[in-house]
Write a protein that binds this ligand. Structure first.
Ligand SMILES: NC(=O)c1ccc[n+]([C@@H]2O[C@H](COP(=O)([O-])OP(=O)(O)OC[C@H]3O[C@@H](n4cnc5c(N)ncnc54)[C@H](OP(=O)(O)O)[C@@H]3O)[C@@H](O)[C@H]2O)c1
Length: 242
């Protein structure tokens, strides 16, 4: 982690869950971390919690479904911090919205956040990395096991489709970086069930989320940053095509 000390990371969806755990880890290791979400109060609290850490938290209010909010955030990052070195595309959500009976607005919100917001952030982050000459820059995508397997539960089918899109985007971004002869890395992380606010938001019920999280021994948000068991790692030279 030493080479990242003092460098700039953006973590989307930083207010709670996996995003907040990533912010803690990066700031403790000395990075300047721009944490964004709609609820800025929770990121302000994270900033206070981490005041004595090596790095710092810079809270930004940003609705990632709104392109202007994203562009304003990247303008601020460039002006005040000189551009990003690491972009963690973590924000994401699911609605219970089956394919044959779900609400169109729920499908659209998942597309806007899980696919479009993530892709705009990646485009702008790579642009800033190239402008500042951060050839060792790194893009992370918080994907999911649902980005590799379609479960039988109808409630998760559309969410799964957005995460399959994230799998395709990760591979597409890798190809475009390679074509530019860039050394910027792209990593897709696909956790199984993690106990966060995710299921509370998806099921719109604390009780139902509790029941889901009690059904198996879940991962905790810290497991993603600390001691998770990683099953498959694909390691390629940045120049490799297939
Ligand atoms: N939990 C799991 O079981 C699990 C498993 C596999 C993959 N994942 C993926 O991991 C990522 C993080 O999930 P999590 O479990 O940490 O979820 P979470 O606890 O529900 O947190 C989601 C984060 O995204 C932010 N967010 C939601 N809508 C936003 C918007 N429009 N603009 C900006 N920020 C927004 C939320 O903040 P605000 O509401 O304040 O905006 C929050 O900080 C997601 O991409 C999810 O798909 C989760």
């Amino acid at each position: 982690m030493e080479r990242w000390t003092g460098r700039v990371a953006l973590v989307t969806g930083a207010s709670v869950g996996i995003g907040a755990a990533i912010v803690r880890q990066l700031v403790q290791n000395g990075m300047k971390v721009v944490g964004c979400s709609r609820n800025i109060a929770k990121i302000e609290a994270l900033k206070t919690e981490l005041l004595s850490a090596k790095g710092q938290v810079i809270p930004v209010r940003c609705d990632l479904k709104n392109e202007q909010d994203i562009m304003d955030m990247f303008t601020m990052i460039k002006r005040d911090l000189g551009g990003v070195d690491v972009c963690v595309n973590n924000a994401g959500l699911a609605h219970e919205a089956p394919l044959l009976s779900g609400e169109t607005r729920d499908w659209r919100e998942m597309i806007d956040l899980n696919i479009i917001g993530l892709t705009i952030c990646t485009r702008e982050a790579v642009k800033q990395m190239r402008e500042k000459g951060a050839n060792d820059g790194h893009i992370f995508l918080l994907n999911s096991m649902s980005g590799h397997l379609v479960g039988s539960s109808a409630n998760g089918h559309f969410y799964s489709a957005t995460k399959f899109a994230v799998t395709a985007l990760g591979e597409g971004i890798r190809h475009e970086l390679r074509e530019m002869k860039s050394q910027i890395r792209i990593t897709s992380i696909s956790p199984g069930l993690v106990e966060t606010e995710f299921a509370v938001r998806m099921r719109k019920s604390e009780e139902k989320a509790k029941a889901l999280y009690a059904s198996i021994k879940c991962l905790q948000a810290n497991d993603i940053t600390d001691h998770v068991q990683i099953h498959d790692i694909l390691i390629r030279p940045t120049d490799q095509v297939s």
